[in-house]
Design a protein around this ligand. Structure first.
Ligand code: CA
Length: 752
């Protein structure tokens, strides 16, 4: 009897466990899904699955979910044109790696089969998506899209999203997806490059259209690692969501309550480490609660402040800015954060200051200078109570801040706490600080290969015919090609498709017969040092260049560094440029130092190919130092960033100790200026000399641009032409005799 009972028990148990089916082909997989019963496990065999579009549509139960998983974690790779749809009840997907490909659809992993068949109580766990991007930079693709209700995404790893489109998003576009109560936890959101456009959010919940719906999604214990896509790391766009115990490490953006009310932002850690544009929390809309968060080393200002409370639009339409009301920011800690921004974005449209909002019990700890508070409108609707500052400075109100010298020490997580805290100010995060290690999976690396210059091997390259292109073709990422001196002739294009340095300490001159010498293809970055590039043998046709980007869309940002180089005789035909970029390409940094550009019939740096006026642009940071531009028919620099979108940093330029002589006078110079800047957010031009040059033209739009020109001499050069607000200048001289030293005490122009 006892044995019989035992047998019965086993039978029951087998049924509870269900059937395990190992599948090796797409058709076996399809069949297994069709046959799946509650409790079954469908096991994808180890190996590479190419062009696999999985529709996991089935009905499990709460006690007996249906599992689709890798045979072994990290050994099942979904590649090429592949995607995954999940639809039904109680389904679990586990252990897959998506790499070396991209989805043929705009949603890679979608929690729906179609508009009618959504996913409920389903789970995506321990899934890795690594650089699964289409080639088109501005063709939107989302990696994970949640529909339905009660779904969970946990312990996943999302690395290197490169093109436009949110990494993970929750949609509320039908009644079945409202009050969804999804859970997004313990995920690793890895590096995401600066997109240079709106649409680079890492996580978004809702859209403006459905922003007054309740979502009730919880986002907790996730790690956001250098998510630099755009200034919304998280874009909250629906009601009643919770963001707690997440860590934001060196992210250039903020957790933004863009739309929707009743958001809880609690116990998160934001660590900027002084990296530029790192931000914290941005409050917009009503009934928002921001408590017990820890922010340190955040440098961002304006919409990227450590804490930003926005101004709103009276009777705002859904897609603009609902005024802040009935909101609270309390018991947060800010350590060495550069800016707290109050009534940010105040302008003719955003004219409504925050109302009935409380800022209390916060700790503003600065090890050196006083906390900076930006006040952009009437702050009387914000009540400040019992906030503590430890350095004397200008506070928003007298009564709401207490100045006390305090003692603080770091805990096991490295966070700073007051050793004596009778007023109970600041955050307490014991046991709730998310580390990288507790997120994502343990069986797949979180770090990507370094793309730094100079980390590879040094190879000597002798002078001769095509010796340079041969050496480049054989090089590895990070290598240094050392030109040993003499004449280098190129009849072949030199194609740069990884990070490469080409340097010379002897006299090395490169001539070429094509229309272009170097092209930077997707994945490439180039450093040139100590070289002479002479255009005299190049193709006798217009629109040549020395360096160009790929003519196709590049989904990876590139860097171009030019140092101690000479570019000359770029005059075989008209419109010969030094750098020519294509649309849908983006440079993180272009740096030119100690270089000479002489006899150029086109322009030197043309970064103005994005003309759609939707806020896309070609380069983030441009630095030009100690360089000479002489006899250049086009402009020395043209940088363009059109439209009024505010979600990017929109360009930085610094020109220091340069000389512009006879620049911009060519009849084919389309910008009719020596330097043409359109919509660039931050520029500084200083200590420079302009002789017989066309004027500098500056157009200021988008947000709060800052453009400063100082300590320059304009000899026989028109006055600076400025349109828009945000320009300032001083020490502009107009004759050679009046030019004195620059702001650093050194002569204007180049320093020999
Ligand atoms: Ca955005």
């Amino acid at each position: 009897m006892r044995n019989l009972f035992y047998l019965f028990f086993i039978l029951i148990n087998v049924q509870a466990l269900g059937v395990e089916r190992l599948v090796k082909t797409d058709s076996e997989l399809k069949e297994a899904i069709n046959m799946a019963k509650p409790g079954d496990e469908i096991v994808l065999a180890n190996g590479v699955w190419n062009n696999t579009e999985i529709l996991f549509s089935a009905e499990g139960t709460e006690k007996k979910p249906i599992v689709l998983r890798a045979q072994e974690n990290g050994k099942v790779f979904i590649e090429k044109q592949s995607n995954l749809r999940i639809s039904g009840q109680y389904l679990i997907v586990k252990g897959l790696v998506f790499r070396n490909g991209f989805s043929p659809t705009s949603e890679l992993i979608s929690f729906k089969k179609d508009a009618k068949n959504l996913a409920y109580n389903c789970r995506l766990t321990e899934v890795v998506i690594d650089n699964f991007n289409g080639p088109e930079r501005y063709s939107p693709e989302a990696w994970v899209v949640l529909y339905g209700k009660n779904n969970r995404v946990d312990h996943c790893q999302f690395i290197d999203k490169r093109n436009q489109g949110v990494t993970l998003t929750v949609r509320l576009n039908s009644p079945e997806s409202v009050e969804n109560k999804h859970l997004i936890d313990h995920n690793y959101f890895g590096f995401r490059q600066n997109l240079g456009s709106n649409g680079g959010e890492t996580l978004r919940i809702g859209t403006s259209h459905y922003s007054m719906m309740n979502s009730q999604t919880i986002v907790e214990f996730n790690y956001f690692d250098r998510c630099d896509g755009e200034h919304e790391i998280i874009s909250n766009k629906s009601n009643q969501n919770t963001y707690r115990y997440n860590t934001f490490f060196e992210c250039q953006g903020t957790l933004t309550m863009r739309h929707g009310n009743e958001t809880l932002v609690e116990g998160n850690t934001f660590l900027g480490n002084g990296k530029a544009f790192t931000g914290g929390i941005r409050i917009i809309n009503e009934s928002q609660t921001v408590i017990n968060n820890y922010c340190e080393g955040l440098t961002g200002n304006r919409f990227r402040g450590a804490l930003t409370i926005m101004n709103g639009v009276p009777n705002s339409p859904l897609n603009r800015y609902v005024p802040v009301k009935n909101s609270v920011a309390s018991n947060n800690t800010f350590v060495n954060c550069s800016y707290i921004e109050l009534c940010a974005g105040s302008d003719a449209e955003r004219s409504q200051a925050p109302q009935s909002t409380t800022v209390e019990n916060n700790l503003f700890y600065q090890s050196q200078k006083a906390q900076q508070f930006g006040l952009y409108d009437d702050i009387s609707g914000i009540s400040f109570k019992n906030n503590l500052v430890n350095q004397k400075g200008k506070m928003p109100t007298e009564s709401g801040f207490k100045l006390t010298s305090v003692k603080a020490e770091r805990d096991a997580n490295g966070l700073l706490y007051l050793t004596n805290n009778p007023d109970n100010v600041g955050a307490k995060l014991e046991g709730k600080v998310t580390t990288r290690e507790i997120t994502g999976v343990s069986w797949y690396p979180k770090e990507k290969d370094s793309k730094a210059f100079g980390i590879g091997k040094v190879h000597d390259v002798p002078a001769g015919l095509n010796t340079l292109s041969d050496a480049v073709a054989k090089s590895k990422p990070g290598d240094i090609l050392n030109l040993t001196g003499g004449a280098y002739q190129q009849t072949k294009l030199v194609v740069i498709n990884h990070t490469l340095s080409i340097i010379s300490s002897k006299k090395s001159e490169i001539t070429y017969e094509n229309a272009v010498l170097f092209t930077i293809e997707n994945g490439g970055s180039l450093l040139l040092k100590g070289l002479t590039m002479d255009g005299r043998s190049s193709l006798d046709s217009p629109l040549n260049s020395v360096i160009s980007t790929s003519k196709y869309s590049m989904n990876q940002n590139y860097r171009l560094f030019i140092e101690d180089c000479e570019f000359k005789n770029l005059d075989v035909n008209h419109s010969f440029n030094v750098l020519k970029v294509a649309a849908s390409t983006f440079a993180d940094t272009i740096s030119v130092k100690n270089s000479l550009f002489k006899n150029v019939t086109g322009s030197v740096l043309l970064l103005d190919r994005e003309l759609d006026d939707i806020g896309i642009y070609n380069a983030e940071t441009v630095i030009i130092e100690n360089s000479v531009f002489e006899d250049v028919e086009g402009s020395a620099l043209s940088m363009y960033r059109g439209g009024s979108d505010e979600s990017t940093t929109a360009g930085f330029l610094e020109i220091n100790h340069c000389q512009f002589k006879n620049v911009g006078h060519g009849t084919k110079n389309p910008v009719n200026s020596s330097i043409n800047l359109w919509g660039i957010q931050n520029t500084e031009i200083k200590n420079s000399l302009f002789v017989d040059a066309k004027p500098i033209k500056i157009k200021l739009i988008v947000g709060e641009p800052s453009s400063v020109v100082h300590d320059i001499c304009l000899v026989n050069t028109g006055k600076i032409q400025v349109e828009g607000e945000g320009f300032s200048s001083q020490n502009i001289y107009e004759s050679a005799s009046s030019c004195v030293n620059g702001d650093d005490g050194k002569p204007l122009g180049i320093i020999k």
